[in-house]
Design a protein. Structure first.
Ligand SMILES: Nc1ncnc2c1ncn2[C@@H]1O[C@H](COP(=O)(O)OP(=O)(O)OP(=O)(O)O)[C@@H](O)[C@H]1O
Length: 240
């Protein structure tokens, strides 16, 4: 079993005359393969910064992120490429990953084209299989993404990330703004996928119910620091 080991990770923003912000301050934790972690904390506590660093979208100012022994934090954009298939991310705003002018199918296929060596037929089978597995109408694949609802776009960007079969998936506020029914549908999709393919999630959320449903443990962030880690106890579900 692999694991991601985050060690003393720090991120500092602001240079020159700007007042520097220490968005992340020496954060350390282990993310074992097969384990799902919720990250909670007040606004501005550093959760999204952590997500961007884990995905190689930004470089830390200090610290390491070791995946199976390789320090992802020290890799150039080019060297990160093979890891894109292993570590994927989905953000609250799907427009960052989806092209609104392209059809849903083309958006889905792009990830498979870039990150796998699947043939056209294999790509179609994978995409249609995922749509079916998660009860999304195939018809949806033909329409431009801009004509889909926010909830549909969110699910599509999630399926896009899952289609490359990542081992680790970082989910930044993917449930916020969804009503309880859509939220439950997404949680079910994720739980089902985890059972089928063994993907590990890092779920950034403000919602204790979602954290409880999906995660095995919870990291609590406070002003850029890791303030604590709680492990799930089944009896607490009654209280939520
Ligand atoms: N690109 C940036 N430039 C300057 N400061 C930044 C930048 N990104 C984040 N910050 C600052 O870093 C701190 C942590 O921000 P971050 O977005 O990681 O928090 P968060 O916990 O995800 O908040 P939220 O729950 O509101 O999304 C905040 O003080 C924020 O203003």
């Amino acid at each position: 079993m692999g694991e991601m080991v985050v060690s003393k990770l720090s991120a500092r923003y602001g240079s020159g005359r700007q007042r520097p912000v220490l968005a992340l301050d020496q954060v350390s934790f282990r993310w074992r393969e097969g384990e799902s972690i919720a990250v909670m904390g007040s606004s501005g506590s550093g959760k999204s910064t952590l997500a961007r660093l884990l995905l190689g979208l930004e470089r830390p100012s200090a610290g390491t992120i070791r995946l199976d022994g390789v320090d992802l934090a020290s890799l150039s954009a080019g060297a990160w490429r093979p890891y894109r298939r292993i570590v994927q991310g989905v953000f609250q705003d799907a427009s960052g990953t989806l092209n609104p002018r392209f059809s849903a199918y083309r958006n889905m296929e792009e990830a498979l084209l870039n990150l796998t060596d699947m043939t056209g037929r294999e790509r179609r089978r994978e995409i249609e299989g995922l749509m079916e597995r998660f009860n999304l109408e195939r018809q949806m694949l033909k329409v431009p993404v801009r004509s889909l609802s926010g909830g549909q776009q969110r699910r599509l960007s999630l399926l896009r990330a899952l289609s490359v079969r990542p081992r680790y998936l970082v989910l930044d506020e993917v449930l916020s703004g969804l009503d309880r029914v859509s939220c439950d549908a997404v949680l079910e999709t994720l739980a089902d996928y985890r059972t089928g393919f063994g993907c590990s999630y890092l779920l950034i959320t403000h919602d204790a119910y979602s954290a409880y449903r999906l995660a095995d443990s919870c990291l609590l962030m406070e002003q850029g620091r890791l303030a604590g880690r709680a492990v799930k106890r089944p009896e607490t579900l009654q209280a939520l």
